[in-house]
Design a protein around this ligand. Structure first.
Ligand SMILES: [Zn+2]
Length: 191
């Protein structure tokens, strides 16, 4: 798939909107990404994750791990494409933890995947949880990289789509100054 074909899948399911949005941080942005809207469709999720898996296959991972909830479907579908197992980490008392009896063989090569990488914070926490449990993280993948490729996690990284999403303080927002109204994520943008 080309990047345009991938973007078309996101746009078709309204998972990538262009306009003027109020993010959960309160900042304004010209783009809004909601991967759950595309991942709710198993055929689209399978196709996107198979492409991500193809981009990461050379790393030789035997396990795919992701932080719950956002990464779980991505991990499962990437693992299906690679023919390996999928597990997830979750927060317990604020700390990213491996629960439910999930475990790694010592040094087991592992991919950490996400739906979206923004600052890399939850990815770093997941890498730490995997390595604490004895796995070895050999790479990171995400459907979307919102950092413009700037996040460095110390291992090879792949994203299907790399976006340099502009964010603005509401008091100094170029889009507000142009007079277009801002929409909150979850509400329906006007066509
Ligand atoms: Zn604005």
């Amino acid at each position: 798939m080309t990047e345009n074909e991938i973007l078309d899948i996101f746009r078709k399911h309204s998972a990538l909107l262009e306009g003027h949005f109020v993010l959960s941080s309160g900042l304004h942005s010209d783009r809004y990404v909601q991967c759950a809207l595309v991942l709710q469709h198993p055929d689209a999720a399978g196709a996107l994750c198979a492409q991500l898996a193809a981009n990461l296959k050379h790393l030789g991972a035997k396990v795919v791990a992701a932080p719950a909830l956002g990464g779980v479907i991505v991990s499962y579908e990437v693992a299906r494409a690679l023919g390996v197992r999928s597990l997830f980490t979750e927060r317990q008392d604020g700390v990213m933890t491996l629960r439910r009896g999930f475990s790694f063989a010592p040094g087991e090569p592992t991919l950490v995947v996400e739906d979206v990488v923004t600052t890399g914070g939850s990815t770093r926490e997941t890498i730490a949880a995997v390595e604490q449990a004895g796995g070895k993280v050999v790479g990171v993948g995400s459907l979307i990289d919102r950092s413009g490729g700037k996040v460095d996690l110390g291992v090879p990284r792949a994203a299907l789509v790399t976006l340099d999403v502009k964010t603005y303080n509401p008091s100094d927002c170029t889009l507000c100054k142009s007079g277009t109204p801002a929409f909150k994520p979850g509400s329906r943008p006007k066509k």
